[in-house]
Design a protein around this ligand. Structure first.
Ligand SMILES: NC(=O)C1=CN([C@@H]2O[C@H](COP(=O)(O)OP(=O)(O)OC[C@H]3O[C@@H](n4cnc5c(N)ncnc54)[C@H](OP(=O)(O)O)[C@@H]3O)[C@@H](O)[C@H]2O)C=CC1
Ligand SMILES: CC(=O)N[C@@H](CCC(=O)OP(=O)(O)O)C(=O)O
Length: 355
């Protein structure tokens, strides 16, 4: 058994981590923190945890910081800028750190400081941090001490594009035109549990809105993912349009591309099926089956559908995931499994919840 702590146990990704790790056969959750609920039992705040966890939230005082250093792994389910303040002390004490926020996602310090509007407190650690997308970085994750868990939108975008970019590299010829349009929709839990006017019931229910069109902080993360995949000279330009939909969990990203003549010669359905054949959490749907968010609710699975129209020269990739699971806490547990050489699917095999 390994000993785990969750910093930020009262947020939506924190409670999701508690749910998943409580069912994990090789993990004991030994410490939960919350500044606002310190001293309160977790199952008093979340009755869903009655009979599952009797832990009491700790504050983030010196005693807790010392106790974190005794754990094997610490998850930060906190806002951007929290994990970077603790990461050096923890890794020096031999503790592995998985940050669900953005402190360790972007390799470029300038990009981090521009998009997150704060100074990075340990830029030297960015070089050793690994971007936590197992389907991309499995080997590096096995050696990692600091993992930057991806943002929810970039997970759908990068995994929806990976087979295409890789095929383009392999053939060394342009298969899609340079412009890629990612039209993405997220459930409201994607914005976290903090109360705000924009997220209250009357604002989000029976409503549908775009946001971040002029620039969203997930754009550089998506571009970085594509850059990491690109070994050919064919650069890609991304247009990313996020939307908020009136549902609690779930994310649906539609990725639109124009095929070149060479690209139209490829059977993309087959290509995606072959590319993801060995991946436990990626399901390429049969031709003609469209994905819906319910088919992944509360699960770590990401489902992908391909629509290829050679007459119009169009390729559309539809990707669904649960933003709180494959988009956050489930992916963090998958990363932990890789980092500790456990079976990658441990604790993550539950079927999605329908309805
Ligand atoms: N929601 C989602 O779908 C996704 C979220 N993420 C990222 O994961 C992280 C957590 O998200 P989410 O759970 O939604 O957020 P929430 O706002 O729901 O929860 C944040 C948690 O962090 C704690 N916290 C807040 N400020 C601090 C601080 N300064 N120091 C220590 N603890 C703090 C809060 O408790 P308290 O204030 O009591 O200490 C709370 O437990 C964020 O960085 C988010 O961007 C990533 C992918 C998807
Ligand atoms: C619906 C909604 O508001 N979603 C969040 C993204 C959630 C997430 O993954 O973001 P982080 O990069 O903050 O970890 C947003 O667009 O800001």
């Amino acid at each position: 058994m390994i000993s785990a702590a969750i910093v930020g146990g009262t947020g939506y990704t924190g409670i999701e981590l508690i749910r998943l790790l409580s069912a994990h056969p090789k993990v004991s959750i030994d410490l939960l923190t919350s500044r606002s609920e310190a001293g309160t039992r977790a199952d008093e705040i979340f009755p869903s945890l009655r009979g599952i966890s009797d832990l009491v939230f700790s504050d983030l005082g010196d005693e807790t910081l010392y106790a974190l250093q005794k754990c094997d792994v610490v998850f930060f389910a906190t806002p951007h800028g929290v994990a970077m303040k603790q990461a050096a002390a923890l890794t020096q004490a031999g503790v592995k750190v998985i940050d669900l926020a953005a402190d360790f996602r972007l390799q470029s310090l300038a990009d981090f400081e521009h998009w997150y509007q704060q100074t990075h407190s340990c830029p030297e650690l960015l070089k050793t941090a690994v971007y936590g997308l197992p389907e991309l970085n499995r080997d590096k994750l096995a050696e990692a001490f600091i993992v930057g868990n991806p943002g929810c939108y970039p997970t759908t975008a990068i995994l929806g594009l990976k087979p295409i970019i890789e095929m383009q590299n392999k053939q060394a010829v342009r298969l899609i035109e340079s412009r890629i349009v990612i039209d993405a929709k997220s459930g409201v839990s994607g914005a976290g549990r903090q109360a705000s006017l924009a997220l209250n019931y009357a604002e989000t229910t029976d409503n549908f809105k775009a946001y971040g069109i002029g620039g969203h902080r997930h754009l550089p993360e998506i571009e970085q993912g594509i850059e990491q995949l690109l070994v050919s000279q064919f650069s890609q330009q991304v247009r990313f349009l996020p939307h908020l939909v009136p549902m609690i969990r779930g994310m649906f990203s539609s990725i639109h591309m124009a095929l070149t003549e060479a690209g139209a010669g490829i059977d993309w359905q087959q290509e995606f099926e072959d590319s993801y054949a060995g991946e436990a959490f990626i399901d390429v749907l049969p031709h003609g089956v469209y994905p819906d968010t319910r088919s992944v609710r509360a699960s770590n699975r990401l489902r992908i559908a391909i629509h290829q129209d050679n007459e119009r020269g169009e390729l559309t990739v539809l990707v669904v995931q649960d933003n709180l699971v494959k988009g956050a806490a489930g992916q963090a547990v998958q990363n932990m499994n890789v980092m500790f050489a456990f079976d990658e699917t441990l604790g993550l095999n539950a079927a999605p919840i329908v309805p």
